[in-house]
Design a protein around this ligand. Sequence first.
Ligand code: OGA
Ligand code: MN
Length: 398
Amino acid sequence: MKYEELLQTYPESPRLHYAKAQALDSLAESQRSNKHLEEAIAAYQRTMSSKNVPEKLYLLAGKRAADRLRFRGFSGKSVKLLTEMAEKFPLDIDLKNQVAIGYLLIGQNQLAKKVLLEALKVAPDSGFAKVHLGFILKTDESNYEDSIKYLSEGIATRETGVIDGRFYFHLGDALHRIGKKQEALKVYEDAVKEGLFLSVYQRSLYNVDNLTGKPWWNPQSTRYAPDFKILEKNWITIRDEALSLINEKYSGFMPETEGLQEKGVWKQLELFSRGRKIEKNCLKAPKTCTVISQIHDAASCKRGQVKFSIMHPGTHVWAHTGPTNCRLRAHLGLIIPEGASIRVADETRKWEEGRVILFDDSFEHEVWHNGSTYRLVLIIDFWHPELSIYQKRSLTPI
Ligand code: OGA
Ligand code: MN
Protein backbone atom coordinates (compact mmCIF):
# COMPACT_ATOMS: atom_id res chain seq x y z
CA MET A 1 0.00 0.00 0.00
CA LYS A 2 1.38 3.38 -0.99
CA TYR A 3 0.72 4.89 2.45
CA GLU A 4 3.14 2.45 4.07
CA GLU A 5 6.04 3.82 2.06
CA LEU A 6 5.11 7.40 2.75
CA LEU A 7 4.73 6.62 6.43
CA GLN A 8 8.30 5.31 6.49
CA THR A 9 9.40 8.80 5.56
CA TYR A 10 6.78 10.71 7.62
CA PRO A 11 5.86 8.39 10.49
CA GLU A 12 4.20 11.12 12.54
CA SER A 13 2.03 12.63 9.81
CA PRO A 14 -1.53 12.59 11.13
CA ARG A 15 -2.91 13.21 7.64
CA LEU A 16 -1.14 10.17 6.24
CA HIS A 17 -2.45 7.96 9.04
CA TYR A 18 -5.90 9.36 8.46
CA ALA A 19 -5.75 8.77 4.69
CA LYS A 20 -4.56 5.22 5.31
CA ALA A 21 -7.44 4.69 7.76
CA GLN A 22 -9.98 5.93 5.24
CA ALA A 23 -8.61 3.68 2.51
CA LEU A 24 -8.78 0.65 4.81
CA ASP A 25 -12.26 1.71 5.93
CA SER A 26 -13.56 1.70 2.32
CA LEU A 27 -11.79 -1.55 1.60
CA ALA A 28 -13.35 -3.14 4.69
CA GLU A 29 -16.77 -2.01 3.53
CA SER A 30 -16.47 -3.21 -0.05
CA GLN A 31 -14.91 -6.54 0.94
CA ARG A 32 -16.95 -6.91 4.14
CA SER A 33 -13.70 -7.65 5.88
CA ASN A 34 -13.34 -7.50 9.66
CA LYS A 35 -9.58 -7.69 9.34
CA HIS A 36 -9.45 -4.49 7.28
CA LEU A 37 -12.02 -2.90 9.56
CA GLU A 38 -9.82 -3.51 12.58
CA GLU A 39 -6.80 -2.18 10.68
CA ALA A 40 -8.81 0.92 9.78
CA ILE A 41 -9.75 1.45 13.43
CA ALA A 42 -6.12 1.09 14.47
CA ALA A 43 -5.09 3.64 11.83
CA TYR A 44 -7.73 6.12 13.03
CA GLN A 45 -6.44 5.70 16.55
CA ARG A 46 -2.88 6.15 15.34
CA THR A 47 -4.03 9.40 13.72
CA MET A 48 -5.23 10.56 17.11
CA SER A 49 -1.94 9.78 18.82
CA SER A 50 0.26 11.39 16.12
CA LYS A 51 2.40 14.31 17.20
CA ASN A 52 0.83 17.67 16.41
CA VAL A 53 -2.48 16.23 15.26
CA PRO A 54 -4.88 19.12 14.63
CA GLU A 55 -7.94 19.13 16.88
CA LYS A 56 -10.31 18.81 13.99
CA LEU A 57 -8.60 15.75 12.61
CA TYR A 58 -8.34 14.20 16.09
CA LEU A 59 -12.09 14.53 16.50
CA LEU A 60 -12.91 13.32 13.00
CA ALA A 61 -10.71 10.24 13.38
CA GLY A 62 -11.93 9.55 16.91
CA LYS A 63 -15.63 9.77 16.09
CA ARG A 64 -15.23 7.49 13.09
CA ALA A 65 -13.13 5.03 15.10
CA ALA A 66 -15.82 4.94 17.81
CA ASP A 67 -18.52 4.42 15.19
CA ARG A 68 -16.59 1.58 13.56
CA LEU A 69 -15.79 -0.05 16.93
CA ARG A 70 -19.50 -0.15 17.67
CA PHE A 71 -20.26 -1.51 14.19
CA ARG A 72 -17.64 -4.22 14.76
CA GLY A 73 -19.48 -5.16 17.98
CA PHE A 74 -16.93 -3.65 20.36
CA SER A 75 -19.42 -1.33 22.04
CA GLY A 76 -17.55 -1.18 25.32
CA LYS A 77 -14.33 -0.07 23.60
CA SER A 78 -16.31 2.46 21.61
CA VAL A 79 -17.70 4.09 24.76
CA LYS A 80 -14.26 4.08 26.34
CA LEU A 81 -12.76 5.92 23.38
CA LEU A 82 -15.59 8.46 23.28
CA THR A 83 -15.27 9.04 27.01
CA GLU A 84 -11.56 9.80 26.66
CA MET A 85 -12.35 12.23 23.87
CA ALA A 86 -15.15 13.86 25.84
CA GLU A 87 -12.76 14.43 28.74
CA LYS A 88 -10.39 16.24 26.38
CA PHE A 89 -13.19 18.33 24.88
CA PRO A 90 -15.65 18.96 27.70
CA LEU A 91 -17.59 21.51 25.67
CA ASP A 92 -18.22 19.20 22.71
CA ILE A 93 -21.90 18.33 23.13
CA ASP A 94 -21.95 15.84 20.27
CA LEU A 95 -19.26 13.78 22.01
CA LYS A 96 -21.22 13.68 25.25
CA ASN A 97 -24.33 12.63 23.39
CA GLN A 98 -22.42 9.88 21.63
CA VAL A 99 -21.05 8.62 24.95
CA ALA A 100 -24.61 8.47 26.25
CA ILE A 101 -25.81 6.50 23.21
CA GLY A 102 -22.90 4.14 23.71
CA TYR A 103 -23.92 3.51 27.31
CA LEU A 104 -27.54 2.96 26.28
CA LEU A 105 -26.43 0.40 23.72
CA ILE A 106 -24.58 -1.61 26.36
CA GLY A 107 -27.50 -1.34 28.77
CA GLN A 108 -25.77 1.07 31.17
CA ASN A 109 -28.73 3.42 31.34
CA GLN A 110 -27.80 5.07 34.61
CA LEU A 111 -24.36 5.99 33.27
CA ALA A 112 -26.04 7.31 30.13
CA LYS A 113 -28.29 9.43 32.32
CA LYS A 114 -25.34 10.92 34.17
CA VAL A 115 -23.63 11.90 30.91
CA LEU A 116 -26.85 13.37 29.48
CA LEU A 117 -27.31 15.53 32.57
CA GLU A 118 -23.75 16.80 32.07
CA ALA A 119 -24.50 17.41 28.39
CA LEU A 120 -27.54 19.49 29.34
CA LYS A 121 -25.41 21.57 31.69
CA VAL A 122 -23.17 22.50 28.78
CA ALA A 123 -25.96 22.76 26.20
CA PRO A 124 -29.31 23.24 27.96
CA ASP A 125 -31.19 23.26 24.63
CA SER A 126 -29.86 20.02 23.16
CA GLY A 127 -32.95 18.23 21.88
CA PHE A 128 -30.93 15.08 21.32
CA ALA A 129 -29.87 14.98 24.98
CA LYS A 130 -33.41 15.77 26.12
CA VAL A 131 -35.18 12.98 24.24
CA HIS A 132 -32.68 10.39 25.40
CA LEU A 133 -32.87 11.57 29.00
CA GLY A 134 -36.68 11.55 28.79
CA PHE A 135 -36.55 8.02 27.39
CA ILE A 136 -34.47 6.80 30.34
CA LEU A 137 -36.66 8.55 32.91
CA LYS A 138 -39.73 6.88 31.39
CA THR A 139 -38.46 3.36 30.72
CA ASP A 140 -36.05 2.91 33.63
CA GLU A 141 -37.58 4.99 36.37
CA SER A 142 -41.28 5.39 35.53
CA ASN A 143 -40.72 9.07 36.24
CA TYR A 144 -43.57 10.19 34.00
CA GLU A 145 -43.69 13.90 34.83
CA ASP A 146 -40.02 14.57 34.11
CA SER A 147 -39.93 12.24 31.11
CA ILE A 148 -42.85 14.15 29.58
CA LYS A 149 -41.01 17.43 30.01
CA TYR A 150 -37.79 16.20 28.41
CA LEU A 151 -39.39 14.16 25.64
CA SER A 152 -41.75 16.93 24.55
CA GLU A 153 -39.11 19.67 24.71
CA GLY A 154 -36.64 17.46 22.87
CA ILE A 155 -39.08 16.55 20.09
CA ALA A 156 -40.07 20.20 19.71
CA THR A 157 -36.48 21.09 18.68
CA ARG A 158 -36.84 18.83 15.59
CA GLU A 159 -33.07 18.31 15.74
CA THR A 160 -31.59 15.37 13.83
CA GLY A 161 -32.44 12.15 15.64
CA VAL A 162 -35.36 13.37 17.75
CA ILE A 163 -38.23 12.69 15.32
CA ASP A 164 -38.20 9.01 16.16
CA GLY A 165 -41.14 6.69 16.86
CA ARG A 166 -39.68 5.53 20.17
CA PHE A 167 -39.80 9.03 21.64
CA TYR A 168 -43.38 9.67 20.57
CA PHE A 169 -44.30 6.18 21.79
CA HIS A 170 -43.01 6.76 25.31
CA LEU A 171 -44.17 10.36 25.51
CA GLY A 172 -47.73 9.31 24.66
CA ASP A 173 -47.53 6.40 27.06
CA ALA A 174 -46.29 8.57 29.93
CA LEU A 175 -49.12 11.07 29.30
CA HIS A 176 -51.65 8.22 29.19
CA ARG A 177 -50.43 6.79 32.47
CA ILE A 178 -50.85 10.05 34.34
CA GLY A 179 -54.35 10.38 32.94
CA LYS A 180 -53.66 12.98 30.22
CA LYS A 181 -55.43 10.99 27.52
CA GLN A 182 -56.22 13.88 25.20
CA GLU A 183 -52.61 14.99 25.20
CA ALA A 184 -51.47 11.42 24.55
CA LEU A 185 -53.81 11.23 21.58
CA LYS A 186 -52.37 14.46 20.19
CA VAL A 187 -48.84 13.01 20.41
CA TYR A 188 -49.98 9.88 18.57
CA GLU A 189 -51.67 11.97 15.88
CA ASP A 190 -48.45 13.92 15.40
CA ALA A 191 -46.50 10.67 15.08
CA VAL A 192 -48.93 9.41 12.43
CA LYS A 193 -48.43 12.69 10.52
CA GLU A 194 -44.66 12.18 10.71
CA GLY A 195 -45.13 8.68 9.27
CA LEU A 196 -43.82 7.04 12.45
CA PHE A 197 -46.95 5.05 13.41
CA LEU A 198 -49.33 3.22 11.09
CA SER A 199 -52.26 4.79 12.97
CA VAL A 200 -53.13 6.30 16.32
CA TYR A 201 -53.99 2.82 17.66
CA GLN A 202 -51.38 0.84 15.70
CA ARG A 203 -48.10 2.04 17.15
CA SER A 204 -45.73 -0.86 16.43
CA LEU A 205 -42.33 0.29 15.18
CA TYR A 206 -41.09 -2.79 13.26
CA ASN A 207 -43.51 -2.97 10.40
CA VAL A 208 -43.94 -4.33 6.90
CA ASP A 209 -45.87 -2.03 4.55
CA ASN A 210 -49.28 -2.81 3.15
CA LEU A 211 -50.31 -5.61 5.49
CA THR A 212 -54.00 -5.56 6.42
CA GLY A 213 -54.23 -4.01 9.85
CA LYS A 214 -57.33 -4.40 12.00
CA PRO A 215 -57.67 -4.92 15.74
CA TRP A 216 -59.84 -8.04 15.89
CA TRP A 217 -59.78 -10.92 13.42
CA ASN A 218 -62.34 -13.67 13.02
CA PRO A 219 -60.27 -16.83 13.51
CA GLN A 220 -62.53 -18.85 11.22
CA SER A 221 -62.07 -16.58 8.23
CA THR A 222 -58.27 -16.78 8.16
CA ARG A 223 -56.28 -19.54 6.52
CA TYR A 224 -55.27 -20.60 10.02
CA ALA A 225 -58.78 -21.92 10.79
CA PRO A 226 -57.55 -25.57 10.70
CA ASP A 227 -54.77 -24.65 13.15
CA PHE A 228 -57.28 -23.13 15.56
CA LYS A 229 -59.26 -26.39 15.31
CA ILE A 230 -56.15 -28.29 16.42
CA LEU A 231 -55.74 -25.96 19.39
CA GLU A 232 -59.37 -26.17 20.39
CA LYS A 233 -59.42 -29.97 20.02
CA ASN A 234 -56.46 -30.23 22.41
CA TRP A 235 -57.45 -27.56 24.87
CA ILE A 236 -58.03 -29.84 27.86
CA THR A 237 -54.65 -31.54 27.44
CA ILE A 238 -53.04 -28.11 27.19
CA ARG A 239 -54.92 -26.77 30.20
CA ASP A 240 -54.06 -29.77 32.37
CA GLU A 241 -50.41 -29.53 31.44
CA ALA A 242 -50.36 -25.87 32.47
CA LEU A 243 -52.24 -26.65 35.68
CA SER A 244 -49.72 -29.32 36.63
CA LEU A 245 -47.01 -26.63 36.45
CA ILE A 246 -48.71 -23.76 38.19
CA ASN A 247 -48.33 -25.16 41.68
CA GLU A 248 -44.77 -26.26 41.11
CA LYS A 249 -42.07 -24.16 42.72
CA TYR A 250 -39.74 -24.26 39.70
CA SER A 251 -42.41 -24.08 37.04
CA GLY A 252 -40.60 -21.46 34.97
CA PHE A 253 -43.47 -18.95 35.08
CA MET A 254 -41.85 -15.50 35.13
CA PRO A 255 -43.36 -12.18 36.12
CA GLU A 256 -43.88 -9.86 33.15
CA THR A 257 -40.88 -7.53 33.13
CA GLU A 258 -41.63 -4.81 30.58
CA GLY A 259 -43.33 -2.54 33.10
CA LEU A 260 -46.75 -3.01 31.51
CA GLN A 261 -48.67 -3.62 34.72
CA GLU A 262 -50.26 -0.95 36.79
CA LYS A 263 -51.07 -3.45 39.55
CA GLY A 264 -51.56 -7.13 40.22
CA VAL A 265 -49.79 -10.37 39.34
CA TRP A 266 -49.19 -11.50 35.76
CA LYS A 267 -46.80 -14.31 34.87
CA GLN A 268 -45.84 -16.10 31.70
CA LEU A 269 -44.13 -19.33 30.72
CA GLU A 270 -42.53 -19.13 27.28
CA LEU A 271 -42.52 -22.27 25.13
CA PHE A 272 -41.47 -20.81 21.77
CA SER A 273 -39.78 -17.53 21.03
CA ARG A 274 -38.51 -15.99 17.78
CA GLY A 275 -39.43 -19.16 15.87
CA ARG A 276 -37.52 -21.50 18.17
CA LYS A 277 -38.56 -23.96 20.82
CA ILE A 278 -37.40 -23.12 24.34
CA GLU A 279 -36.16 -26.58 25.16
CA LYS A 280 -36.04 -26.36 28.93
CA ASN A 281 -39.63 -25.15 29.15
CA CYS A 282 -40.88 -27.61 26.54
CA LEU A 283 -39.53 -30.39 28.77
CA LYS A 284 -42.06 -29.16 31.32
CA ALA A 285 -44.92 -28.87 28.83
CA PRO A 286 -44.11 -31.52 26.21
CA LYS A 287 -47.67 -32.17 25.07
CA THR A 288 -48.41 -28.52 24.42
CA CYS A 289 -45.12 -28.12 22.54
CA THR A 290 -45.95 -31.16 20.41
CA VAL A 291 -49.28 -29.59 19.48
CA ILE A 292 -47.59 -26.28 18.59
CA SER A 293 -44.92 -28.05 16.54
CA GLN A 294 -47.69 -29.19 14.18
CA ILE A 295 -48.69 -25.58 13.57
CA HIS A 296 -46.08 -24.28 11.21
CA ASP A 297 -46.94 -20.57 11.05
CA ALA A 298 -46.89 -20.39 14.85
CA ALA A 299 -43.87 -22.60 15.60
CA SER A 300 -41.82 -20.77 12.96
CA CYS A 301 -43.00 -17.24 13.79
CA LYS A 302 -39.71 -15.42 14.27
CA ARG A 303 -41.54 -12.28 15.30
CA GLY A 304 -43.52 -13.79 18.13
CA GLN A 305 -43.83 -16.26 20.96
CA VAL A 306 -45.97 -19.06 22.32
CA LYS A 307 -46.53 -18.78 26.07
CA PHE A 308 -48.87 -19.56 28.91
CA SER A 309 -50.17 -16.43 30.57
CA ILE A 310 -51.61 -16.48 34.05
CA MET A 311 -53.26 -13.41 35.53
CA HIS A 312 -54.39 -13.07 39.10
CA PRO A 313 -57.41 -11.08 40.26
CA GLY A 314 -56.77 -7.40 40.86
CA THR A 315 -54.52 -7.02 37.82
CA HIS A 316 -54.59 -4.15 35.38
CA VAL A 317 -52.28 -4.16 32.34
CA TRP A 318 -51.77 -0.67 30.95
CA ALA A 319 -52.86 -0.02 27.39
CA HIS A 320 -49.84 -1.09 25.33
CA THR A 321 -48.76 -1.96 21.81
CA GLY A 322 -46.66 -4.86 20.53
CA PRO A 323 -43.48 -4.21 18.55
CA THR A 324 -44.48 -5.43 15.08
CA ASN A 325 -47.39 -5.70 12.64
CA CYS A 326 -46.00 -8.98 11.30
CA ARG A 327 -47.95 -11.25 13.61
CA LEU A 328 -51.47 -12.02 14.72
CA ARG A 329 -51.94 -13.08 18.31
CA ALA A 330 -54.24 -15.95 19.25
CA HIS A 331 -55.35 -16.59 22.83
CA LEU A 332 -56.67 -20.05 23.68
CA GLY A 333 -58.89 -19.72 26.77
CA LEU A 334 -57.95 -22.32 29.43
CA ILE A 335 -59.32 -21.12 32.76
CA ILE A 336 -61.65 -18.20 32.40
CA PRO A 337 -63.39 -16.87 35.49
CA GLU A 338 -65.82 -13.97 35.52
CA GLY A 339 -64.39 -10.48 35.57
CA ALA A 340 -61.52 -10.69 33.07
CA SER A 341 -61.58 -8.80 29.79
CA ILE A 342 -59.35 -7.46 27.03
CA ARG A 343 -59.77 -4.31 24.98
CA VAL A 344 -58.11 -4.03 21.57
CA ALA A 345 -58.55 -0.57 20.04
CA ASP A 346 -62.23 0.28 20.60
CA GLU A 347 -63.65 -3.13 21.32
CA THR A 348 -63.57 -5.09 24.58
CA ARG A 349 -64.10 -8.85 24.61
CA LYS A 350 -63.94 -11.81 26.99
CA TRP A 351 -62.28 -15.19 26.62
CA GLU A 352 -64.09 -18.52 26.58
CA GLU A 353 -62.67 -21.81 27.79
CA GLY A 354 -61.60 -24.03 24.89
CA ARG A 355 -62.01 -21.23 22.33
CA VAL A 356 -59.54 -19.13 20.37
CA ILE A 357 -59.76 -15.36 20.01
CA LEU A 358 -57.52 -13.61 17.50
CA PHE A 359 -56.25 -10.04 17.48
CA ASP A 360 -53.44 -7.92 16.16
CA ASP A 361 -51.34 -6.88 19.15
CA SER A 362 -49.70 -4.05 17.20
CA PHE A 363 -52.95 -2.26 18.05
CA GLU A 364 -53.26 -0.76 21.51
CA HIS A 365 -54.69 -3.28 23.96
CA GLU A 366 -55.45 -3.29 27.67
CA VAL A 367 -56.37 -6.06 30.10
CA TRP A 368 -58.29 -6.10 33.38
CA HIS A 369 -58.94 -8.89 35.80
CA ASN A 370 -61.40 -7.97 38.51
CA GLY A 371 -62.59 -11.51 39.19
CA SER A 372 -61.86 -13.72 42.17
CA THR A 373 -59.67 -16.57 40.83
CA TYR A 374 -56.83 -16.66 38.32
CA ARG A 375 -57.25 -16.54 34.56
CA LEU A 376 -55.12 -18.76 32.31
CA VAL A 377 -54.65 -18.59 28.53
CA LEU A 378 -52.17 -19.91 25.98
CA ILE A 379 -50.87 -17.11 23.75
CA ILE A 380 -49.88 -18.23 20.24
CA ASP A 381 -48.42 -15.81 17.69
CA PHE A 382 -48.87 -16.55 14.00
CA TRP A 383 -47.16 -14.91 11.06
CA HIS A 384 -49.41 -12.29 9.48
CA PRO A 385 -51.19 -14.30 6.79
CA GLU A 386 -50.23 -11.87 4.01
CA LEU A 387 -46.46 -12.22 4.45
CA SER A 388 -44.66 -14.10 1.69
CA ILE A 389 -42.41 -17.07 2.33
CA TYR A 390 -39.49 -14.87 1.37
CA GLN A 391 -40.46 -12.19 3.92
CA LYS A 392 -40.90 -14.77 6.66
CA ARG A 393 -37.44 -16.07 5.91
CA SER A 394 -35.71 -12.71 5.79
CA LEU A 395 -37.37 -10.67 8.55
CA THR A 396 -35.20 -10.14 11.61
CA PRO A 397 -36.45 -11.91 14.74
CA ILE A 398 -38.26 -10.00 17.48
C1 OGA B 1 -50.95 -9.95 24.94
C2 OGA B 1 -51.32 -9.43 26.25
C3 OGA B 1 -52.28 -10.12 28.32
C4 OGA B 1 -52.87 -11.36 28.83
O1 OGA B 1 -51.24 -11.13 24.69
O2 OGA B 1 -50.34 -9.21 24.13
O3 OGA B 1 -51.08 -8.29 26.55
O4 OGA B 1 -54.07 -11.37 28.96
N1 OGA B 1 -51.94 -10.31 27.01
O5 OGA B 1 -52.15 -12.31 29.08
MN1 MN C 1 -49.79 -7.38 24.93
